[in-house]
Each structure stands twice: as C-alpha cells, then as structure tokens.
Design a protein around this ligand. Structure first.
Ligand code: ZN
Length: 313
C-alpha cells in the first residue's frame, strides 16, 4: 500500500512537472497556458501523446524530436523528475512519517500532527496547498534561473495559498491572539530584509521578486523557521557562487598555463575545456545572480528537516 501510493504520487508529480514546463515556457508571453498544442521549436510539428509522456518520451526518443531530430532541452525531463520526487517526499511526510514534521511547520510540530489526525479534511487540504505551492516554487525556480525574474502571478498565488493555510491553522489549532499575530506577521517580517536590500541597493543586490518570494517562506514556516531559512539561503548562495567561480578560475588557469608552457594539448581537448568553462555561469554583478533558487532550496531544507539540520552540520 505504502509503495503503491508513493509510486502513484511520483507519476502524478511527473505529469504536473510536464505541465509546469508549459507554464515556464508560456508565462509572460501572449500564449495561453491551457489552449494551443505544444509544438517542436525547430520543425513546428504538433506534439502527439506519445511525445508527451513525462520522462519516458525523452528517454525513448533519446532527447530528440522524432521528426527533425533536433535536441530537446534537458530542462523538460529534469523538471518532470524533480516534481515527481518532491511530490513523493511530501506525500511520504504527510501520510507515512508524520514524526518528521516536528519542527518544520508554522505551528508546533506535535500539535500539527495531533490536530491534523483529528481533522482529516484539513490534513488533505494542507496537503493540497503544499503540493500546489511546491509546483509554483518549482516553476519560479526554473524561471528565475533562466530569466532572472520572478513572475508576479506565480509568487503572489503561492503567497496567498500559504497565507490562507496560516489563517486556517490559527482557527484549527485555536491559537492565542499573540501566536496568531506572530504567524500573520511572519510573511512581511521575513520579506523585510530582502525588501531593504532591494531598496538600499536600488535593485542591484536583490530584486523585489525575492522579497515577494520571502512572503511564502514567512507564512509557510513562521517567523523563527522563516528567518532560519533566510539565513540558509544566504549561506547556500555564498557557497554556490564561490564554488562556481573557483571551478571557473581553475579551468581558465589550467588552459592558459598549458598554452603558456607550450604543452601539446590536443586541439579538441582544448576546445572541450573552453566549452565547459563557457558553460559555467560567471556572475560579475550581484544583480546577475538569480537569488530565488537559493531561497527555495532553503525553504525546503527547513520544511523537511527543520532545525534538526543544524545538528547535522
Ligand atoms: Zn522537430
């Protein structure tokens, strides 16, 4: 029963993932998200059902269009698999290992578990809220990574869902006025540092979209976990950026040193090195760094593991 449920949630996730690919492609364009068939970008052939099976179509046709054999972006299967895996994890945590929930929710973990078991409808509602928010965050992750912009439609929908979840939780768990106020303020408070960065730097350090994204973090995790997530996002960002520039420096140093010493490197090898170096994003200005992905990764680190993560480090 357990494994069947998890397999079904994985498959369901990959289907949602393939829909997210459509949203990522069509949002902020004039194309309708629900209407119009997907086409091959190269030969314009309308895609048939057998081209659209999540993950399998990509593997089966070896990542190429069936007609014109042009390459299909890795983004498609990656988003499908990622969504499938995350759906499975959330299903697992909601229905099979609730204990893990302790310490990662806006409400006291034990209370959530008890309260949600007593009110199965709310449990399913929260589950649906969390899956929807996850889907939105995956779309934001990829969109911000590609275009360095966080679409308003997506981020506001996510923030609204987490806000409604917080309000319902306040009533379900009969929180005191103070607790309720802290939960409602969590969104704006966690967003505040990002908004200040945006204001002070005139948008160079941080986009306003990052502040809007922090609303989801605040209402989704509460003040204290929200701020922990915020701190994690800066750590992750720093580690990734330093890591990327180190690898880049090393590759560059290696290829120039070899040229300077007149070492005979096969032409092809050298070209390959240049290709890999060019593939590593170089961020000269802070404004070029899409920060949204770091916030989202930090959000789910806290969501799944809570502060227990600190004990591991
Ligand atoms: Zn084609």
């Amino acid at each position: 029963m357990t494994s069947l449920t998890l397999i079904i949630s994985f498959i369901f996730g990959t289907i949602i993932g393939s829909f997210l690919n459509v949203i990522i492609y069509r949002i902020n364009t004039n194309l309708s998200i629900s209407r119009g068939r997907s086409k091959c970008f190269s030969c314009n052939r309308g895609l048939e059902p057998k081209d659209l099976v999540p993950v399998f179509s990509y593997l089966f046709f070896k990542g190429r269009c069936r007609t014109c054999k042009s390459k299909i972006s890795m983004q498609y299967p990656l988003v499908e698999v990622l969504t499938g895996v995350m759906f499975t994890l959330i299903t697992y945590f909601y229905f099979f290992d609730g204990a893990v929930f302790i310490g990662n929710n806006i409400f006291n973990g034990g209370l959530v578990l008890q309260g949600l078991t007593q009110t199965p409808f709310i449990k399913y509602l929260f589950y649906a809220f969390d899956l929807t928010t996850l889907s939105i965050l995956i779309a934001i992750f990829v969109y911000d990574f590609k275009h360095k912009i966080i679409p308003d439609k997506l981020v506001y929908t996510g923030a609204l869902i987490m806000f409604v979840k917080a309000v319902i939780g306040i009533f379900i768990f009969k929180l005191t006025d103070l607790e309720a106020a802290l939960i409602l303020l969590a969104g704006p408070l966690v967003a505040l540092p990002f908004a200040l960065f945006w204001l002070v730097s005139g948008g160079r350090w941080m986009g306003l979209g990052d502040a809007k994204l922090a609303l989801i973090v605040g209402w989704g995790l509460g003040i204290s976990y929200g701020f922990t997530a915020l701190m994690y996002s800066f750590w992750i960002g720093t580690i990734v950026i330093i890591g990327l520039s180190l690898v880049r420096e090393m590759l560059q140093a290696f290829s120039t040193r070899n040229n300077a010493l007149g070492l005979r490197i096969k032409f092809l090898q050298n070209q390959k090195m240049k290709y890999f170096t060019s593939k590593i994003p170089s961020y000269k200005l802070r404004s070029e760094i899409p920060f949204g992905p770091f916030i989202i990764v930090a959000f789910y680190m806290i969501y799944f593991v809570g502060r227990n993560l600190l004990w591991w480090l």
